[in-house]
Design a protein around this ligand. Structure first.
Ligand code: PMP
Length: 366
């Protein structure tokens, strides 16, 4: 029996054939030598245009450096913002690479807890308790929790960074996966353009995880430092991949919507199943993930995920792999076809109630 794999944040569809065709034509057309280090003009312009359209903030080619995925953009952002020994804040729960990425720059990674009880939104009080720091890394829409920070919350965070003269590093790789309301980039908030570095990528928005095309966007001077870093690390990304990325962006929001559509549908369906089955789900209106609070079972997320895999061949991520704040939760990636996913959701619900013992009956009758 095959395992239903709901761990990795990767689409069950492959990169669009038209994008692959553009990649092939670029390569056979000769774009196989060293490419321009900050990124091709065409791709940088396409990224600048996308961000300007989405946020209303004027963005030029010189505000953009192309990186090997959003991951390398996160590293470049911290290399740019922090000196060795500086404290760099990040919010827990977090995408698993964050602390290691910060440490790789020589900065000190300091977690600020966003509590489950507050829908995993960081509170100003918790931020203010953190030590003095050079930067704050946020991620909205959020992996793993699916939380989206409201405009008010982002304004509060922006004010916090302005008062302390910090960089705000905004990981927006899920900017096309907001199912209700809008994606707000803190770079668009008043006074924030000069201190915000936005990490983005084509991985999630265009089903191009393996092409490793991302970007860092920010003030021109900061980006010039990130370009120096690019010279001494990748020395530019493959030109044919960048041409394919440019082609992908030229397709505009229509292609992005097509790629997001299955996750929009599945997010609704899985939430409906879990709600009908009385599971405690982290409220969310975004991303390709649903997070379930399994604390009532008395198990850790790791124990729950391991037993679910052993006994029912359904693989989910334990919350603990995203930090202490997500302990006692599991993250379900919506990355298999609808029928298999709905079947897996029912299996998870039944397993949950088996583990939680009589709790459901008590909850219903009491
Ligand atoms: N940030 C977040 C929040 C992510 O979930 C991921 C990938 N899962 C990344 C950044 C990096 O993505 P990539 O390097 O593929 O663009």
């Amino acid at each position: 029996m095959p395992v239903i794999e709901l761990t990795i944040g990767e689409h069950d569809r492959k990169t669009d054939p038209a994008i692959l065709k553009a990649m092939h034509e670029s390569a056979t057309g000769g774009h196989t030598g060293y490419s321009t280090i900050p990124g091709t003009d065409g791709l940088r312009d396409a990224v600048a245009k996308r961000l300007a359209t989405m946020t209303g903030v004027a963005t030029e080619r010189n505000n953009v450096v192309i990186t090997a995925g959003g991951q390398a953009a996160l590293l470049a952002a911290h290399m740019t913002a922090c000196d060795p020994g500086d404290a760099a804040l990040y919010i827990d729960p977090y995408y698993a690479t964050y602390p290691g990425t910060i440490r790789a720059t020589g900065a000190m990674a300091v977690a600020v807890t966003a509590r489950a009880e507050r829908g995993f939104q960081p509170s100003l009080a918790d931020l203010e308790e953190a030590c003095e720091a050079r930067s704050l890394l946020i991620n909205s829409p959020n992996n793993p929790t699916g939380a989206v920070y409201s405009r008010t919350k982002l304004q509060e965070i922006a004010e916090f960074t302005r008062e302390r003269d910090m960089w705000l590093i905004s990981d927006e790789v899920y900017d096309t996966q907001v199912w209700e309301g809008e994606h707000v980039s803190p770079r668009a908030l008043s006074g924030m353009e000069s201190r915000t570095l936005v990490a983005g990528s084509l991985s999630k928005s265009h089903a191009m995880t393996g092409s490793r095309i991302g970007w860092l966007v920010g003030p021109e001077e900061a980006i010039s430092h990130a370009i120096n870093l690019a010279t001494h690390t990748n020395y530019g990304l493959p030109g044919f991949l960048q041409d394919a990325g440019e082609f992908a962006l030229q397709q505009g929001p229509a292609l992005e919507d097509t790629i997001a559509a299955p996750f929009r549908r599945r997010h609704k369906a899985v939430n409906a199943i879990f709600s009908r089955e009385d599971l405690n789900v982290v409220p969310s209106v975004a991303t390709m993930y649903v997070m379930v609070d399994i604390r009532a079972t008395g198990m850790t997320g790791i124990e729950f995920a391991e037993a679910l895999l052993d006994e029912h061949l359904v693989a989910v991520m334990p919350g603990e792999s995203f930090g202490k704040a997500a302990a006692g939760h599991v993250r379900v990636a919506l990355t298999v076809d609808d029928a298999a996913l709905e079947k897996a959701a029912l299996v998870i619900a039944e397993f949950y109630w088996n583990c939680a013992g009589g709790a459901r009956t008590a909850a219903v009758s009491g």
